[in-house]
Design a protein around this ligand. Structure first.
Ligand code: ADP
Ligand code: MG
Length: 686
């Protein structure tokens, strides 16, 4: 049977008129190299070219088609000026202002009374009408070449509008009718067109599209997403879980070594996790807690529970630095062996570790995504914990699910994820929240300083070092370029070295990972007191002794990011400080951002304010921005629609769990169209 999606999933380079160079530019613009990717690059506005008027009835500002004859021609007086072509249709005179020589040559060939059709925007200079650079100029027999409506696409510099238009036309000609995946009743109620009509209505419209065109496509995307999420969730639920019951023996020892009692929040979260693990189904739980709320301890106790119940536990961190830090914490606290698996564990050490995971001799392993490569086989993985989940995609979670038939899953994040977003990223997950910080913490004192006072700030830091305090110094994000960030950090490091000698360390992302880890470890162990760093320390670095955070050019960081950075101090009982150094001439928004941070430590308040100041954009801060996999819809803004898709998907899967019915088959096409590959693979596997 022919694959109805083949024309859409073919590479753009197969399109007529699209060479390899254009194909590459298109791929860069649209985020993918397939015809589908091009077609999903939707216009952000439309020019209606359907109005035809006489010259006399034309209003300034209109986009119109005139049928005119050429009455005269005035060459440009300077190269930067247009040629002026005088035209008339018998009702009045007007001029065409033309810069393009080729176009001019074409037009002037039409003298001697032959009529011409021109389309463009008209301006008025006094009583003189002028059509600036007509978009189309054709003899009347070619009228069809003037499209009724022209889409205007978001562009990049390298690609010409003409190239994009040509490619889009070729792509549009490949769009055929597909089996309908939506409920016909829904389509009627919403007055939505078919997929084909919606897409063509936007990409090569005969009339300006209605909101229904876009809504239909946005909903397609949301349904695909919700189906994929729900399918994965259903699959995980279908798999029999098992009851893991912690005995508490190892936990008690870990807590004794830790030396503090869990907070009420931590105890509550752990009780929820225990209940999930003890229930005979798989756990899918999100542990949400602001920076410094103590998620690691909860994870550690949960892992020990799994080990006490006779299984293994794995903890996956987003970076090697964090994996190693977790390793140090675990080694200090847990009364059982712990292994480390990252990309840089190789050779015999790696083989040995894999063997021990396989035969079950190693109960706990910490690592990066290296943990979920094929070669890693556990004897019996009872619990997998993922730290800082927004760095990992859903696909990785699937891989992880594959590591143990009945593995419970705990995901930890510091990001205050709104419910809607949870729905988009995870389908629905159970959530535990850490709502308080460990007792004995004092609020961090945050102060704002103009960069003009840098010298006195450095002197103050010198005094703090003399008192034995530990200080982070985070260097500015000069531009997007790593090179200049790096230069800034290295220059600052060199300067601090001259002043404070070997008390100073340096950590940045371009260092060899061994060097960077050693540098962070030296700081953690107190061998250095001042760590000059870039944002590599932003996530999760835990040095309870550190009590001062200086951020240079704080105005260049995102609010959420500054909150994360500040969360690196205030982890012990000592009074901690955060100094935000900023440019002198702050904008109103910039000032607002700084004072928000100064006045609150509440991550939710900060996220809210961030959201407002950014005008709703980038909720999750710089790096976490954008929801992967959403191009045609905005789940944050269209939250009602997302809920609808959520229910729609639930009903569909409930009636047809394997997507075998006619509508189910169509829904499979939808999943492929929107590239929910992971879901499809598991569908295939059933
Ligand atoms: P995060 O939630 O940001 O990952 P961590 O787990 O790194 O936070 O914990 C922050 C700091 O608080 C760590 O230094 C940790 O040892 C300490 N901590 C965690 N729980 C408690 C507790 N119940 N009592 C005292 N200190 C705690
Ligand atoms: Mg953490």
């Amino acid at each position: 049977m022919d694959d109805p999606l083949a024309p859409l999933l073919a590479p753009v380079s197969e399109l007529r008129g699209v060479g390899p160079a254009t194909a590459e530019k298109l791929a860069r613009l649209t985020g993918g190299g397939r015809v589908r990717d091009l077609l999903f690059h939707l216009p952000d506005s439309f020019i209606d070219r359907r109005t035809r008027t006489s010259l006399r009835d034309t209003l300034a500002g209109q986009v119109v088609t005139w049928t005119v004859e050429i009455a005269g021609h005035e060459p440009a007086t300077k190269p930067s000026h247009p040629h002026r072509v005088r035209v008339t249709d018998g009702t009045a005179f007007a001029e065409l202002a033309i810069w393009d020589k080729h176009r001019l040559a074409n037009l002037t060939r039409a003298r001697n009374g032959a009529p011409y059709m021109v389309n463009g925007r008209v301006e008025a200079f006094g009583s003189r009408l002028s059509m600036r650079d007509p978009a189309y100029a054709v003899p009347p027999e070619d009228e069809a070449l003037i499209p009724p409506v022209d889409p205007v696409w978001p562009m990049t510099a390298r690609l010409s509008a003409r190239e994009l238009r040509t490619a889009m036309r070729a792509a549009s000609s490949r769009v055929t009718d597909l089996p309908e995946w939506h409920d016909p009743a829904l389509l009627r109620r919403e007055r939505w067109p078919s997929f084909r009509d919606a897409l063509l209505g936007l990409q090569c419209p005969n009339e300006p599209p209605t909101p229904q065109h876009r809504a239909r496509l946005g909903y397609d995307e949301m349904l695909a997403h919700q189906l994929a999420m729900m399918w994965m969730k259903a699959r995980e639920k279908r798999r029999p879980g098992r009851s893991l019951v912690a005995t508490g023996a190892m936990r008690a020892e870990a807590l004794r070594r830790f030396g503090f009692d869990p907070t009420a929040s931590q105890a509550h979260a752990l009780a929820e996790i225990d209940a999930d693990m003890a229930a005979p189904r798989r756990m899918l739980r999100l542990l949400q807690g602001d920076v410094g709320s103590g998620k690691t301890l909860v994870a550690l106790l949960a892992m020990l529970g799994a080990v006490e119940a006779g299984t293994q536990a794995a903890l996956m961190a987003p970076t090697e630095v964090l994996a190693k830090q977790h390793l140090r914490t675990l080694e200090r606290l847990v009364p059982c062996p712990v292994g480390l698996l990252t990309g840089s564990v190789t050779g015999a050490a790696r083989r040995n570790l894999l063997l021990q995971l396989n035969n079950g001799r190693l109960p706990i392993v910490v690592g990066t995504h290296a943990l979920f490569q094929e070669a890693v086989e556990f004897r019996d993985l009872g619990l997998a914990v993922i730290d800082e989940q927004h760095r990992f995609g859903v696909e990785q979670r699937l891989l992880l699910g594959g590591k143990g038939e009945r593995t419970d899953l705990l995901v930890m994040t510091a990001t205050p994820i709104p419910r809607t977003l949870l729905l988009t990223q995870w389908g629905e997950m159970e959530v535990s929240r850490l709502t308080e910080k460990p007792a004995g913490r004092q609020p961090i004192r945050t102060t704002l300083h103009s960069l003009a006072t840098l010298e006195s700030v450095i002197e103050g830091i010198g005094r703090a070092l003399d008192r034995g305090e530990q200080v982070y110094w985070v260097c500015p994000m000069v531009t997007d370029s790593l090179v200049s960030d790096l230069a800034a950090a290295e220059a600052r490091f060199a300067e601090m070295r001259t002043r404070f000698g070997h008390k100073v360390g340096l950590a940045h992302g371009q260092q060899d990972s061994a060097v960077r880890d050693a540098s962070i470890a030296a700081f953690a162990a107190g061998r250095t007191q001042l760590l000059v760093a870039t944002t590599v320390i932003e996530v999760g670095v835990d040095v309870p002794g550190a009590s001062v955070m200086v951020v240079e050019h704080a105005d260049r960081f995102g609010l959420a990011q500054l909150h994360q950075l500040r969360g690196r101090v205030g982890r012990g009982a000592a009074q901690s400080y955060c100094l935000l150094l900023h440019e002198d001439g702050l904008t109103e928004t910039g000032r607002r951002r700084m004072t928000t941070l100064r006045d609150t430590e509440d991550g939710f308040v900060i996220a809210d304010e961030d959201f407002r100041l950014r005008g709703g954009g980038d909720l999750l801060g710089k790096r976490q921005s954008g929801l992967p996999g959403f191009r045609l819809s905005d789940p944050e803004a269209q939250d009602g629609m997302l809920r609808m898709a959520n229910q729609d998907a639930a009903v569909l899967l409930d009636r047809d769990p394997k997507l075998e019915s006619e509508r189910g088959q169509a829904a499979r096409l939808l999943l492929r169209l929107f590239d929910r590959r992971a879901a499809l693979e598991t569908l295939g596997a059933g």
